[in-house]
Design a protein around this ligand. Structure first.
Ligand SMILES: Cc1cc2nc3c(=O)[nH]c(=O)nc-3n(C[C@H](O)[C@H](O)[C@H](O)COP(=O)(O)OP(=O)(O)OC[C@H]3O[C@@H](n4cnc5c(N)ncnc54)[C@H](O)[C@@H]3O)c2cc1C
Length: 554
């Protein structure tokens, strides 16, 4: 952990708002802006705005500036342009960024065609989001997603389909475990059909999973057709404010130096901060001990959250919601999301004991193993996995039917010893450094008895998940938590406007996706398929529309 002051990061918006009331950032000082070190004066860097960048090479005009070309930003830029706004989209990497496999909505057209109709369960979904977040989310903000997600995801699916990217509904049996003790909501609006062409292109370009490149291709093309002025390798450094406190533009770093783009409306869509240690320290308690590896993209450094706070926006109070996956396998710097090691097999802590019902939503599995010694667990299974794994009926990214299941990769990991294997239990356990082997053997023997009886009287695991450890070869991994993304950010109202510490909107400033807050807290509700993408797409689309309306005087 870094040696930084923990002084009051609650209500940072108010502090920065006071510091910047009435100041136009671009004109207040002749010094080049620098990120204020967190150790400077004991403040977090987002509490103290840097001095405005003065050496502006050129000034341009637009109606709407969107910062970030991920799911939220692309949705915002295209939606604003559809309304006729002149849009500049600024992205700091070289391409649009997309990931993942599911995209959440309620009442989408493909869902309805397939007979999946959750429209009369909107309140249940909404309450499920709030419950996962200890009711710290804003009902009105979550409701805005629930009510608008079908339109937004149908629109996005239409953009994909009309640009040659095939989509299909994820079957309900890949979204819902009927007899699980926790309810799943079949909210996936569609998935991309992973063609060989997309996989080849996406692998080359580094998308994860590779076929997520379909979004980048379709939306980059659509933005271009709409006349969106998309500029890549352009990192936005600061927002510009009027004397009245409205956001009136941005300053970005381009090939020719610092360029200011003035606009009536600015949409922040810069994603989360999983690659920013200072923000993790402030907002994700125990992250250093709990997180085994990070698949957060390197570009998620919290830029928009910082810039929004400097402009007076309030940040969700800590702790924030991390998206935790139970896929951090020791020995693999980065674990592709293969379902095999994430099944509810037998889990042991270092003492050689079971410690939870292994069949929990994976965010809860992470919380349970994070509470164990070394914040990790041993996962143990045997050669029956090809039959027993699918029979457990896990869904979405744990589903063996998903494109994430890759038998060749599994074999490669076994051959490389990344997945431990042995022909006797003794031999397997001997490979598990730090495990109490004698106690583990007793636990396995007892667990096998429970499995044979078909009744987990110890932890209440579903009968289908009770599989003996009995047939060689035996397998195991040491697994911990992976951080995918962070999901807390700038507080917003139900029109996606960034609000200050007293709940007042900052004129001209919207936020969407993972740089926005007021939605997810606690843990990511994986019982609601694609909730994170659903929020990003729906929020981005609405932010873009509101931003265009303001710019065009509607
Ligand atoms: C491996 C992986 C798999 C996932 N799978 C799923 C899934 O199946 N379902 C699901 O719902 N969610 C999934 N997620 C989470 C989901 O991808 C994110 O929640 C979502 O992408 C957030 O979108 P966003 O637009 O807010 O942010 P991002 O996608 O992070 O986009 C932000 C963009 O802003 C740019 N940017 C940042 N700072 C600046 C700056 N200063 N100037 C200009 N540009 C900037 C970034 O480069 C980036 O392109 C997954 C995440 C990961 C890591």
């Amino acid at each position: 952990m870094k040696n930084v002051s923990r002084r009051g990061f609650l209500g940072v918006g108010a502090a920065s708002a006071a510091a910047f009331a009435g100041m136009g950032l671009a004109g207040c000082a002749p010094k080049q802006a620098e990120r204020v070190p967190s150790t400077d004066g004991g403040a977090w860097s987002w509490e103290t705005a840097p001095e405005a960048i003065a050496d502006i090479a050129s000034v341009e005009e637009a109606d709407v500036v969107v910062i970030g070309a991920g799911m939220a930003g692309m949705s915002a830029a295209c939606s604003a342009a559809e309304k006729g706004a002149k849009v500049v989209l600024l992205e700091k990497t070289g391409a649009a960024q997309f990931r993942g496999i599911d995209y959440g909505a309620i009442g989408g057209s493909l869902q309805l065609e397939a007979g999946i109709d959750l429209r009369d369960r909107k309140e249940d979904v909404l309450q499920e989001v709030l419950r996962w977040g200890d009711h710290r989310g804003d009902y009105r903000v979550v409701k805005a997603w629930v009510d608008n997600s079908a339109e937004a995801l149908d629109w996005a699916g239409g953009v994909l389909a009309s640009h040659g990217v095939e989509i299909a509904l994820m079957p309900i049996e890949m979204q819902v475990i009927p007899d699980a003790w926790y309810e799943h909501f079949a909210t996936d609006a569609f998935q991309i059909v992973p063609t060989e062409e997309l996989i080849a292109e996406g692998s080359e370009a580094g998308y994860e999973p590779p076929f997520a490149i379909g979004w980048a291709k379709a939306f980059t093309a659509y933005a271009s057709e709409l006349g969106v002025d998309a500029r890549f390798n352009c990192e936005v450094k600061q927002l510009v404010k009027s004397e009245e406190g409205a956001v009136t533009g941005v300053v970005y770093s381009g090939e020719t130096g610092f360029i200011q783009v003035n606009a009536e409306s600015v949409v922040l869509a810069t994603g989360g901060y999983g690659a920013d240690e200072e923000m993790l320290d402030a907002f994700v308690p125990h992250h250093a001990e709990d997180i085994h590896n990070i698949t957060t993209p390197a570009h998620n450094t919290g830029d928009g959250i910082r810039m929004g706070a400097w402009a007076g926006g309030a940040i969700d109070p800590a702790p924030h919601c991390p998206m935790y996956f139970d896929e951090g396998v020791e020995g693999l710097e980065h674990m592709p999301s293969i379902p095999l090691t994430r099944q509810p097999w037998l889990y042991l802590n270092d003492m050689g004991e079971r410690f939870c019902n292994e069949d929990m939503p994976y965010a809860y599995v992470c919380r349970a193993h994070n509470a164990q010694p070394r914040h990790m667990k041993w996962v143990v299974w045997d050669s029956k996995w090809e039959v027993e794994g699918p029979a457990m009926g896990m869904v979405v990214c744990k589903d063996f039917r998903s494109p994430l299941h890759d038998p060749e990769q599994i074999q490669q990991f076994i051959d490389e010893g990344k997945i431990l294997s042995a022909n006797t239990i003794d031999e397997l356990l001997a490979k598990m450094d730090g495990l109490n082997v004698e106690r583990a053997k007793e636990t396995i023997a007892h667990y096998n008895e429970l499995c044979e009886a078909g009744d987990d009287t110890d932890f209440g695991k579903r009968k289908q998940c009770l599989n003996t450890i009995s047939e060689l070869p035996f397998y195991g991994v040491h697994a911990g938590t992976t951080l995918l993304v962070t999901m807390g950010g700038l507080q917003i109202n139900d029109s996606q406007q960034v609000i200050d510490g007293s709940g007042m909107p900052i004129e001209g400033l919207w936020a969407a996706g993972n740089c926005s807050g007021s939605f997810f807290f606690g843990d990511y509700p994986i019982t609601i398929s694609g909730a994170s993408h659903g929020r990003a797409c729906t929020g981005g689309r609405r932010a873009g529309q509101f931003a265009a309306d303001r710019a065009m005087g509607v």
